[in-house]
Design a protein. Sequence first.
Length: 320
Amino acid sequence: MIKTIAITGANGMMGAHLTANALLKHYKVKALVRQTPSDDHFFHQLLAHYGCTKDLLEIIECDYEDRQALTLALENCDEVYHCAAKVKFDGKINEMIAANVSISKRIVNICIEQQIPKVIYLSSIAAIGKKYKGKYSWGDLHWNSLYGYTKFLGELEFIRAHEEGLNTSIYRAGVIVGPCPKEHPMGKMLLKTVFGKMPYTSGGSGFISAQFLAERMLSDFNQSVYKPSTMVSQNLNYKAVAQSIGSIRNLGVIFISKSTLRLLQILSGLGKVLFINKQRLRSHTIHSLTTDSDYSCLPDSDAIESSLEESIKFLGKGKE
């Protein structure tokens, strides 16, 4: 019998990778999207990139705030993967809670009602929060992003659902590397240059390839474990990442100091006032860019360098 799964945010970066991997496993996929992607959209480009056929794919245009539509979309599913999220570091708290918490609550409640056997939540290492003065705390959002805070609150909904009898699992992904749209934060990082060089700061983070993460999410599920699992392949400093990207793109690297970031913060604040469409550089972003974060790493995971090369070639910026 063919397994049927639903993926929210299926036309986002990670949702599309999950969709591709599920189709390659010959699962029937209900791809939930807010707006049906056009034929030249990243979603279809990625499926073609991995050689996926669409015989078992059903694209469902769905308003996640419409409970009835969401209930119908999730009917008769064996598994649900909740990837839809608003990834924004300068958003308003009400819109971030609506996107990353309220929708998560609605989805787990529907899954409980329909007794769906397996439900996965894609979270982020941002949900751990940033350590400041030796402590992890959500008490001061000056050092933490609203994105991380609302993903943490989303996790609580899945933990609550587990306590109510739903088999859930939470994956806190590191920085995801893989083929992506140019407008995605990863796409911007791969393409961004300063004076013709790849910029880097003094910090570092945990990274994981989209392909490896998708494979783990689709196969590695333990019903007895519902606490968040950190999904990181390698801890890398941003200099090493910039050097890898620079090597692939045949570019040098340039260091951006913390004091330069502070100056940019002041200038971006002025830009926010003068030009409403410009985002402001926040203190928590500077803290993240200039702080080394180390996470436990998964065994037998893919090398990030190969994922960087694949991503850059996908964007058309690899060496000839």
